[in-house]
Design a protein around this ligand. Structure first.
Ligand code: PEP
Ligand code: MN
Length: 266
């Protein structure tokens, strides 16, 4: 069980420090699944910033189910993220899959994402634990809460205390109407077990854009500290995760009137 106060993770972005934690406003991270080209990443960055997001997300290295699916543009995508960061001042979150990319990725990422498929990759966890950038640790799709917290412990034990836990849906039996089952019950459970800040990702958690706004609202009502939302300028042309991506206009509506109803400062 947790001892003591909630900890905060304060991330320095070009626009200033952004604190994550129970006593701070909700932090919204938004952006496409993959960085596809300069125009789309810069346009998305501008739009999500205008709507109130504090971080731009976008994958350069993509952990795809099929080896024949788009794998991400790699190093050149990192350069495009750097451009979007420069233009908007948003913090950048992008996924690290291979420890050998850590240095290069650390030059642009303000937060390093460890994806669901690597939650159990203990050598990678030790590596991100031994460096200074904050880490976003996604829950493995079949990981118990204890396994998830132990994965976080690998990072903490290696010396990095800047860890945010991200629920992104777990695998249950329905794959027809939902991609995953978003486990919002982790919010009260994590509050009891850990001091670490919580993020909820209703995009991967549901797999369908029409389910994302309701689940984002539910997550805030349940007490999350932050949200991750996939946003793409033209979801039907996206190279990955189009069906679960909101358009910038739909994201505006969520960030405006829909989240305002919850009464939480975003
Ligand atoms: C992602 O954030 O695009 C991603 C691949 O997430 P997850 O690791 O949760 O599947
Ligand atoms: Mn995705």
């Amino acid at each position: 069980f947790r001892h003591g106060e909630a900890s905060e993770v304060v991330v320095n972005t070009p626009n200033g420090p952004v604190p994550f934690g129970e006593t701070h406003p909700i932090v919204v991270v938004a952006g496409p699944c993959s960085v596809e080209n300069e125009d789309m990443i810069v346009e998305t960055a501008r739009r999500v910033k205008a709507a109130g997001a504090k971080f731009l997300r976008g994958g350069a290295f993509k952990p795809r189910t099929s080896p024949y699916a788009f794998q991400g543009h790699g190093e050149s995508a990192l350069e495009l993220l750097a451009t979007a960061r420069e233009v908007t001042g948003l913090g950048i979150i992008t996924e690290l899959m291979d420890a050998s990319d850590l240095e290069m990725l650390g030059e642009v990422a303000d937060i390093i994402q460890i994806g669901a498929r690597n939650m159990h990759n203990f050598s990678l966890l030790k590596k991100v634990g031994a460096q200074d950038k904050p880490v976003l640790l996604k829950r493995g799709m079949s990981a118990t809460i204890e396994e998830w917290l132990m994965a976080a412990e690998y990072i903490l034990a290696a010396g990095n205390t800047q860890v945010i836990l991200c629920e992104r849906g777990i695998r249950t039996f329905d794959r027809q109407y939902t991609r995953n089952t978003l486990d919002l019950s982790v919010i009260p459970v994590l509050r009891k077990l850990t001091h670490l800040p919580i993020m909820i990702d209703p995009s991967h958690g549901t797999g369908w854009s029409d389910q994302v706004p309701s689940m984002a609202r539910a997550a805030i009502a349940a007490g999350t500290d932050s949200l991750m939302i996939e946003v793409h300028p033209t979801p039907n042309k996206a190279l990955s995760d189009g069906p679960q991506s909101l358009t910038p206009d739909r994201f505006d509506r969520l960030m405006g009137e829909e989240l305002a109803v919850i009464g939480k400062a975003v």
